[in-house]
Design a protein around this ligand. Structure first.
Ligand code: CP
Ligand code: NVA
Length: 299
């Protein structure tokens, strides 16, 4: 049985094939009955617009049904153990799409459940988002070999999934983070040992020099709201704005997984400007979710 907890669950050939397959699904307006008769539960312990709706629609496009649950309206919010929830839901539904805090919670669902589990974002990773961002890049630059991708901001779940992606796709990944906000050392070291070309700096200007893609994300992720003020100070100088874009390659495009905090990590003019790909990025969530679901249920 397949689970998709991180990009590491894919072989390199599968990751590359998923991007191509999602592109094919997008261009053909793919629909199927792959999930006919199946119900997937979406358990979201954090807010979501894109991930929830793209999965709900993707599952319907594949003929399946969805059930949305939050801790507020289930016994999860009243401390029923995950291991109990995992076993009970496994008797009713055919898969779980989970957005939660620690990655270990997903692993507990895998351990105690008997159905596929898909990571819809944890504190550690956001693999569905990065697979979809790779699709967005593929549409413009299908050969990843000579690309410089800059990550500017927090060494967070998104950065970690980019690091994992850099093991399988041959771009150079430049990561610029403030001191103290580096990505997890073990995730970085493992990827580097596996051949990923990753360079970490505290100077965003160095990271974006000659970049073909600049990628950013909120400074305070979900669950870190109380650190907002502290982070605004720490991340000063890490805003994606015109000065930063001027250092990048002339063809440079800007990626942001959304939701964006305009005036913080990115300015309105860049987000809404000609170099921004954010709306294509958002759309591509749908196509990539379908490709991921197909991989989970058929490979
Ligand atoms: N990018 C993303 O995951 O958005 P949502 O939080 O709206 O799902
Ligand atoms: N890093 C952000 C991504 C939101 C899609 C968060 O975890 O809140």
């Amino acid at each position: 049985m397949n689970h998709f907890l991180s990009i590491r669950d894919l072989k390199q050939s599968e990751a590359v094939a998923l991007v191509r397959r999602a592109h094919e699904m997008k261009t053909s307006g793919f629909r199927s009955d792959l999930l006919a008769g199946k119900t997937l539960a979406l358990i979201f312990e954090k807010a979501s617009t894109r991930t929830r709706t793209s999965f709900e629609v993707a599952i319907r496009h594949l003929g399946g049904q969805t059930m949305f649950m939050t801790p507020r309206d289930s016994q999860l919010g009243r401390s029923e153990p995950l291991k109990d929830t995992a076993r009970v839901l496994s008797r009713f539904v055919d898969g779980l799409v989970i957005r939660t805090f620690g990655q270990e919670k997903l692993e507990e669902f895998v351990q105690y459940g008997s159905i596929p589990v898909i990571n819809a974002l944890t504190d550690e990773y956001h693999p569905c988002q990065i697979m979809s961002d790779l699709l967005t890049m593929y549409e413009r630059t299908p050969d990843f070999a000579d690309l410089v991708v800059a990550w500017v901001g927090d060494g967070n779940n998104m950065a970690h999934s980019w690091i994992n992606a850099a093991v399988y796709f041959p771009f150079q990944l430049n990561i610029a983070v403030p001191k103290g906000y580096e990505p997890d050392q073990a995730i970085f070291e493992r990827a580097s040992e596996m051949g990923a070309k990753i360079w970490i700096t505290h100077d965003p200007r160095e990271a974006v020099e000659g970049a073909h893609y600049i990628n950013t994300d909120v400074w305070a992720s979900m669950g870190q709201e109380e650190e907002q003020k502290k982070r605004e100070k720490a991340f000063a100088g890490f805003q994606v704005n015109g000065d930063m874009l001027a250092l990048a390659d002339a063809s440079c495009k800007v990626l942001h997984c959304l939701p964006a905090h305009r005036g913080e990590e990115i300015i309105e003019e860049v987000l809404e400007g000609p170099q921004s790909l954010v709306w294509d990025q958002a759309e591509n969530r749908l196509h990539m979710q379908k490709a991921i679901l197909e991989w989970v249920y058929t490979s």
